[in-house]
Structures are given as structure tokens and as C-alpha cells.
Design a protein around this ligand. Structure first.
Ligand code: HSE
Length: 411
């Protein structure tokens, strides 16, 4: 099969390299050779091998009947959307690593793919090189999914790990993550949780079979996390991780992104650096976890190329997914979601404040840190987000609330 690669950035150049270096074994697995006929990019690459197949015109790809599949690795929802849509309408399969595109336009693109009997695959859009969407779509079909909890963003996991292990400042670590090619072009998407939000939306869609609207998923990033918060979590034998969580609760499906205090015995808490992991609980299967490189050129390209291999193996058909694109996934309003939290409070009269905090958070417990003698923390029992927010606001009338971080129920 001849393919076109749209975008020659971090992932696109990785796709080129994977297909070059593993050419023969990929051909054996796919059943035929896969070669790149075009690379679409606005830039020139003088003297580089990619120059031979470079085009600046999408029409070259769309009008070429020899091109059976297109890889979209441009990112964003502008030209990436227009070009992916046009490719599907031209009867070409599409593989993409673009989580923003799938989270925003996936339902529409999937309908077009179905109508034209071609496939739209996006394994690399969540967890980079980690197989997670195909397992959900193919291997976990006997289960009702009860919970998905994932470390879905390499940049923030790298930052939190460095802040925890080396006490390095936030800005310094963020720069390192950018240099290592983990961060988004605008790292706000990483540190504010927007990238993880798109990914948990995609996971929720495939887990529950209806389109999750990412705009409805409450999202918090890691910019408020301080060394003090980390010190408290260490004292509790826990770690702070930015997680995307989606749960099937008796009240409905909840989905959120936030920094979470996780006990160190939880399998996700040992996931460090830029690695990602996705923990999935099925009602028959129990717990499973998928771990690996969630970002970077070659791991992400590996997942994209695996989609192309799948496409070649099913080149005359549309690969189905359990996704009713006409249905919206209802997400439980934040106020109704049950939660526990660590609330840090500063007070002149600490004894009185601790007593009051315990009256308000009945079932809670107080934690004092030797290195933070002007404050304490209350670890709350489980209650709804609305009730937690109300109680924090009430305490905030009298005392300084320094931070509140949600805790895993068992922490
Ligand atoms: N910026 C993303 C991350 C890249 O840090 O995980 C992979 O989606």
C-alpha cells in the first residue's frame, strides 16, 4: 500500500523512520509492503531524504488513486480536520495521533469513514506508544468497564516526578520536558490538563460507546501544586499524580482530570518520568494496567504505524468500533461526584481551627507537618464535590485555605 504522511514534525518524522527501519518486518506483518508516496508539509527539507516525496499540496494526495491511506500527524483541529475529512471522503483510510482532532471531531469523522467504508484509527492519540484503544475495542469486549484511571500526560508526569524526587523548580523541569520533545507546542495544554482531558474523553467514548464531549469534563492542571503539597503526600506514603478518571458510578458516568494524591501501593503511583499508564477495571476481568512511553517521536510513531498495518490487513473494509456516534455520553455534573480531599489551612489559632475543621469535616482527620508549623491539613471523608466546596468556602471565611487536592478514596 502507498500512503501519505501529513505533517513532518516529531511524530511524522518518527513514522518515516519506523517505516524505513522496520520495512521488511512491517511488510511481513501487513502482508504487503507499505511505502510513503507523499509527505505533506509547508516547510522545505533541503538535502534530507524526505525531499524526494515532499509535497505542499494536499490535492496531490487526494487525487492520487494509488494512495490508500493517509497518516495525519499535523496536530490541531484546523487543517488537520479539513485534510482528514477530505481524505476519508476521497475513500482513503486515515490513521492519526491527533487527540484534539478525535476529541472534537471524532464522531463526525467516524461517520464519514463508515459511509465511505474506510477506517479511522487513532491508537496513538491516547498513551502515545501504549496499546490501549485496541485493547478496549478488541480485547475487553466481554466486560462492562467500571473504571479507567490514567496518567495520560508525559510532560506533567515528568514535572511532578522531578519536583518530587529532586525538588527541581516547576519552570526548569517544564523546559527540560520541552527539550525532550514531550510537551505540546503550547505547553499550557499539558500543565493545565487540557491534553489529558481530550485523552480521557476518547477513553470514555470507547469504554461507554457514546461520544464524550471533552468540554463537559471538569479539568484541573498542576500549576497549583507546591513542594509543601508534595511533602504532605510523602508523609502519607502517597504521591501526587495528574490523572484522568472515568467511572461508572450508580449515579452515572463521571469523568474528570485533576491532580490526585495516590497511595504508593496503587499501581499508578510508581509510574514516573514521562511514562504514561492506564489502569482499567472491568466487571469480569478485574484490574488491568497498560504502561509505556506516552509521548515522543518513535513510541508515538510505532502506534501510528500499527494502525496502518491494521488498515492494510483490512484494506477493503471499515474497522468497526463500539461507538454510537449519534449518542452523547452523559457526564455526571461535578457537584454530584463523590470525592475525598486534603485541605491545607493556615490559622493564627491553630488549635481552634483544627477543632473547627473537624466539626465541619466530621469523619476527617488532621495532619501536621514538622516543616510547616504555620498550617495544618485536614484529610476529609468522602462526600460530594458540592458539599466539599461548601465546607471549604465556610472555613475560608475565617482561615486561609492554602490548597485542596483530591485524594484517592483509599488513601
Ligand atoms: N504533550 C503530550 C504529553 C504528548 O506530554 O504527554 C503526547 O500526547
Amino acid at each position: 500500500m502507498k500512503i501519505a504522511v501529513m505533517g513532518f514534525g516529531t511524530v511524522g518524522s518518527g513514522v518515516y523512520r519506523v517505516l524505513e527501519e522496520n520495512k521488511e518486518l512491517i511488510a511481513k506483518k501487513a502482508g504487503e509492503e507499505i511505502s510513503i508516496k507523499y509527505v505533506l508539509d509547508l516547510r522545505e527539507f533541503p538535502g534530507q531524504p524526505v525531499e524526494k516525496v515532499l509535497t505542499h499540496d494536499i490535492q496531490d494526495i487526494l487525487n492520487d488513486d494509488e494512495v490508500g491511506a493517509v497518516v495525519e500527524v499535523m496536530g490541531g483541529t484546523g487543517a488537520a480536520y479539513t485534510f482528514a475529512k477530505a481524505a476519508l471522503e476521497a475513500g482513503k483510510h486515515v490513521a492519526t495521533s491527533n487527540k484534539a482532532l478525535i476529541a472534537a471531531k471524532g464522531a463526525e469523522l467516524m461517520e464519514i469513514a463508515k459511509a465511505h467504508q474506510v477506517s479511522l484509527l487513532f491508537e496513538a492519540s491516547v498513551g502515545g506508544g501504549i496499546p490501549i484503544l485496541r485493547p478496549l475495542n478488541v480485547c475487553l469486549t466481554a466486560d462492562r468497564i467500571l473504571e479507567i484511571m490514567g496518567i495520560l500526560n508525559g510532560t506533567t508526569n515528568y514535572i511532578l516526578t522531578e519536583m518530587t524526587q529532586k525538588q527541581t523548580a516547576f519552570d526548569v523541569v517544564l523546559k527540560q520536558a520541552q527539550q525532550l520533545g514531550y510537551a505540546e507546542a503550547d505547553p499550557t495544554a499539558d500543565i493545565e490538563g487540557h491534553d489529558a482531558c481530550r485523552k480521557i474523553a476518547i477513553l470514555s467514548t470507547l469504554a461507554y460507546g457514546k461520544t464524550a464531549h471533552f468540554e463537559e469534563i471538569p479539568t484541573e492542571g498542576i500549576t497549583s501544586i507546591t513542594q509543601k503539597d508534595i511533602a504532605y503526600s510523602k508523609e502519607m506514603d502517597c504521591s501526587i499524580k495528574l490523572v484522568g478518571v472515568s467511572r461508572s458510578l450508580p449515579e452515572g458516568i463521571s469523568a474528570m482530570v485533576y491532580p490526585m494524591i495516590l497511595p504508593n501501593v496503587h499501581p499508578l503511583s510508581g509510574v514516573s518520568g514521562a511514562f504514561n499508564a492506564i489502569f482499567v477495571k472491568g466487571n469480569m476481568l478485574g484490574d488491568t494496567m497498560y504502561y509505556g512511553s506516552g509521548a515522543g517521536s518513535l513510541p508515538t510513531a510505532s502506534a501510528v504505524v500499527s494502525d496502518i498495518v491494521d488498515i492494510v490487513r483490512h484494506k477493503n473494509e471499515h474497522i468497526p468500533m463500539d461507538w454510537d456516534t449519534t449518542q452523547k455520553l452523559d457526564i455526571l455534573p461535578l457537584d454530584e461526584v463523590p470525592v475525598r480531599a486534603m485541605v491545607r489551612i493556615a490559622a493564627q489559632n491553630q488549635t481552634e481551627a483544627e477543632k473547627e475543621a473537624l466539626e465541619i469535616f466530621s469523619g476527617g482527620r488532621i495532619m501536621d507537618l514538622a516543616e510547616a508549623d504555620d498550617e495544618f491539613a485536614v484529610l476529609t471523608g468522602e462526600e460530594t464535590e458540592a458539599s466539599l466546596a461548601e465546607k471549604i468556602a465556610a472555613l475560608g471565611q475565617k482561615y486561609e485555605i492554602r490548597n485542596r487536592i483530591r485524594m484517592e478514596a483509599k488513601a
